[in-house]
Design a protein around this ligand. Sequence first.
Ligand SMILES: NC(=O)C1=CN([C@@H]2O[C@H](COP(=O)(O)OP(=O)(O)OC[C@H]3O[C@@H](n4cnc5c(N)ncnc54)[C@H](OP(=O)(O)O)[C@@H]3O)[C@@H](O)[C@H]2O)C=CC1
Ligand SMILES: CC(=O)C(=O)O
Ligand SMILES: [Mg+2]
Length: 414
Amino acid sequence: MSDFRQRALDYHASPVPGKISIELTKPAESVGDLALAYSPGVAEPVKEIAADPDNAYKYTAKGNLVAVISNGTAILGLGNLGPLASKPVMEGKALLFKRFAGLDAIDIEVKHRTTDEFINTVANIADTFGGINLEDIKAPECFEIEQELIKRCRVPVFHDDQHGTAIVTAAGMLNALEVQGKHIHDVTIICMGAGAAAVACMELLIKCGAQRERIYMLDRKGVIHTRRDDLTPHKQLFANNTDKRTLEDVMQDADVFVGVSGPDVLPPEALKLMAPNPVVFACSNPDPEIKPELAHGARDDLIMATGRSDYPNQVNNVLCFPFIFRGALDVRASTINDEMKVAAVEAIRSIAREPVPESVLKAADVKELKFGRQYIIPKPMDPRLCQRVAKAVAQAAIDTGVSPFEALPEGYME
Ligand SMILES: NC(=O)C1=CN([C@@H]2O[C@H](COP(=O)(O)OP(=O)(O)OC[C@H]3O[C@@H](n4cnc5c(N)ncnc54)[C@H](OP(=O)(O)O)[C@@H]3O)[C@@H](O)[C@H]2O)C=CC1
Ligand SMILES: CC(=O)C(=O)O
Ligand SMILES: [Mg+2]
């Protein structure tokens, strides 16, 4: 067994199994404490909440609690391995919510037969939480699940693999294109993968200025084009009227490659076909579409990013989901709308252009990080992410009328 594999297993197994636990926020030592915490005292908040559901925010942990919910059908790039196997990833998301944004999060893995059964399960428990983070649910079901749950739930529902990934990809892409001297309006983009992350990433890049007809999307069968008769509605949105059929066909003179598919699907020979100064986001986890060593060996004019923590330029939804939920929950937003997503893109993006705090350099174990090819996006442990992203998102929620607040709380995130 490799040393790293053993260390990863040991990390998860000891000193106690798993990565999260529950802690108490109130004293529970004396008879008097228990009389308040449980019977008879607990009856008082029960009656208050029955009279007005908003009192749940005052008397329970709801307002700081996120459910991370999966059915395990698209666990990272590992595929459909079932709900229980997704538990380490969902616990991992809970760890990140707590570590980076102080949000309590609990993982819930759902076994189900039909899509409706999954939707009903989540809708029926949604009021317990301040927000619902859907995770690692495969396309195309993920689109219907998210849309239906947004309609049925009174708290924000956010499919992280769609929108968290799209927000971070857009932030990193706008910066990377600037470094490479290119503009989003006139680049040719290759998107490997046509699932949850791919569709949302491309839609957001289009909102940021990319031209739909200059995006070529590929699935396992190759280029998605108008003469295919096997396309789902979401794939149809990206069908090009083109004779190009293979990855090599579309990579010729392309400016951007976004990989949200699976491991090692981008050969170095295809990378060599791209236009000068390309941008390559190989975001599949844990193994990217091309290993950075291989990509840098193929050409020296590229910007390279992966979804991993152990290479420069980590384009990963961890830069978004803790902070977008922090902002949404702090102003009790009923939903996470496009304006909140765009505010997150701008906030994440702007941090990479500023000097990096010493604490971040230390945590990243590097001497310097300066806006450029090796640093297009902030590091997850940058404390400015929580302050800036949460604040921008909360403000956007207020401005667009999806929060009951008229203004940010005094001194919020200062
Ligand atoms: N860095 C990050 O922050 C994130 C990275 N990801 C990564 O993106 C990938 C996809 O996740 P997600 O969108 O949630 O999953 P989905 O199951 O929704 O979509 C997977 C897509 O990838 C395509 N695909 C898989 N293998 C290949 C291959 N060998 N060649 C071409 N296309 C392939 C599938 O094609 P078909 O439609 O034909 O089945 C499908 O369109 C995963 O690797 C995941 O780790 C996801 C979210 C965040
Ligand atoms: C990062 C993430 O959410 C994924 O790879 O699925
Ligand atoms: Mg995921």
